[in-house]
Design a protein around this ligand. Sequence first.
Ligand SMILES: Cc1cc2nc3c(=O)[nH]c(=O)nc-3n(C[C@H](O)[C@H](O)[C@H](O)COP(=O)(O)OP(=O)(O)OC[C@H]3O[C@@H](n4cnc5c(N)ncnc54)[C@H](O)[C@@H]3O)c2cc1C
Ligand code: FES
Length: 280
Amino acid sequence: MQLQVKKENVYVPDLARLVSKRKMSGTETLFEFEFVEDRLRDLFDYRPGQFVQLSMFGIGEAPFSISSTPTRKGFIELGIRRTGSVTNAIHNLKLGDIVGIRGPYGNGFPLEALKGRNLLFVAGGIGLVPLRSLINYVVDRRSQFGDVTIFYGTRNPSEIIFKDELASWDALDDVDFLMTVDKGDKDWKGNVGVVTTLFNKREIDPNTVALVCGPPVMYKFVVDELLKIGIGRDEILVSLERRMKCGVGKCAHCQIGHKLTCMDGPVFSIFEVEQLQEAI
Ligand SMILES: Cc1cc2nc3c(=O)[nH]c(=O)nc-3n(C[C@H](O)[C@H](O)[C@H](O)COP(=O)(O)OP(=O)(O)OC[C@H]3O[C@@H](n4cnc5c(N)ncnc54)[C@H](O)[C@@H]3O)c2cc1C
Ligand code: FES
């Protein structure tokens, strides 16, 4: 499926304007952009799990997963952690400021293959940013999917992102949402323990597709739990991050073994990951 708007030079970004900015934690903010050109607001389409390259003019460019869902049109949302020069500059943007956006890139989640299936989302920390796109896609097209379970874990309550939305997923009768923090504080009344402790609280059907995104340390433990349940290696999908430059398969900065993360990924099955050295 070709989702990009056809262009002569793929490296030329489209201009987009910052329309809202919502602080989610000490280091993460959700940015909402709309394309300056009217026609792109309808034309720009993407699949959950894909990413864009965002240019801060005069500073640099960096890849970010699209966190909004293509079922809600006219804007895109990026949840961005402040880490270095580009992300700092993005955090300093004011409403109305202009950036460059090119994409969408990468494979994204295999929506057709997920239809009718039971889904288990396992998100750790900022890993919720890309998974949120697919979660809201599923919420908006709920009848197309089987059972939906969401496990979300953060290190402590101050790192919880998308708080309003978590409450709205929790309130849905047809979505089972559970969360935990590694370490609580005096106000925390919920589960305490790493995200894998949530597996003891639910019986997950082995006939489920698992969608996992979080810090590298989380993957091994979560995958072990999923394999114990009996979920197949090709039904455990993870989203990987690598240093990227071009985003379009030309520079090999994002290479892992014989795969290019920007083209073959960022979504891979654990079966594929196990064939690649140092993928996680
Ligand atoms: C497909 C993809 C999707 C991404 N989605 C998001 C997202 O939704 N939200 C978000 O906040 N970030 C995301 N990232 C990471 C983001 O691209 C980097 O944080 C960003 O490039 C840092 O740029 P900078 O100039 O601010 O920092 P730099 O000055 O380049 O680096 C600051 C620090 O971050 C580390 N770093 C830089 N790039 C990466 C990377 N790709 N992976 C791990 N560490 C890195 C550096 O080693 C350094 O320690 C994604 C990366 C990829 C490849
Ligand atoms: S980022 Fe250039 S080939 Fe992937």
